[in-house]
Write a protein that binds this ligand. Structure first.
Ligand SMILES: C[S@@+](CC[C@H](N)C(=O)[O-])C[C@H]1O[C@@H](n2cnc3c(N)ncnc32)[C@H](O)[C@@H]1O
Length: 100
């Protein structure tokens, strides 16, 4: 796994890095709760990195990359556990429960 920084103890593992890279190293059905706020193509500039989803050139490029991340997030989530995502600038989100 390519990580910039990490913290692992008996209760949690926190990784700082490109989610496309980090997620590939996380085992299936191992995450108890997933919460994230993805960027949107061209809405804000968060960094100069080409790995930053916020720097996708258009919506189809964004959705192609986000589809990979979303499927990996679903793969690592334990059945019956929650995934929460903020998908707009409003105080709304979607809540997904992975069924077994
Ligand atoms: C909408 S912001 C959310 C920021 C954070 N949740 C907060 O409240 O401060 C999206 C963040 O995702 C980061 N990001 C974009 N692509 C990423 C990637 N491939 N892996 C990890 N983070 C990424 C962006 O740089 C930005 O900081």
């Amino acid at each position: 796994m390519k990580v910039i920084d990490q913290h692992i103890d008996s209760r949690m593992a926190l990784y700082n890095g490109d989610s496309c890279e980090i997620l590939k190293g996380i085992p299936d059905n191992s995450v108890h709760f997933s919460v994230y706020s993805p960027p949107f193509a061209s809405l804000y500039t968060y960094s100069n990195s080409e790995r930053d989803l916020g720097n996708c050139k258009n919506h189809s490029e964004f959705y192609a990359q986000f589809e990979f991340i979303a499927s990996e997030l679903f793969r690592v989530l334990i059945p019956g556990r929650l995934m929460k995502s903020l998908l707009s600038g409003r105080k709304q989100g979607i809540k997904i429960v992975k069924q077994s």
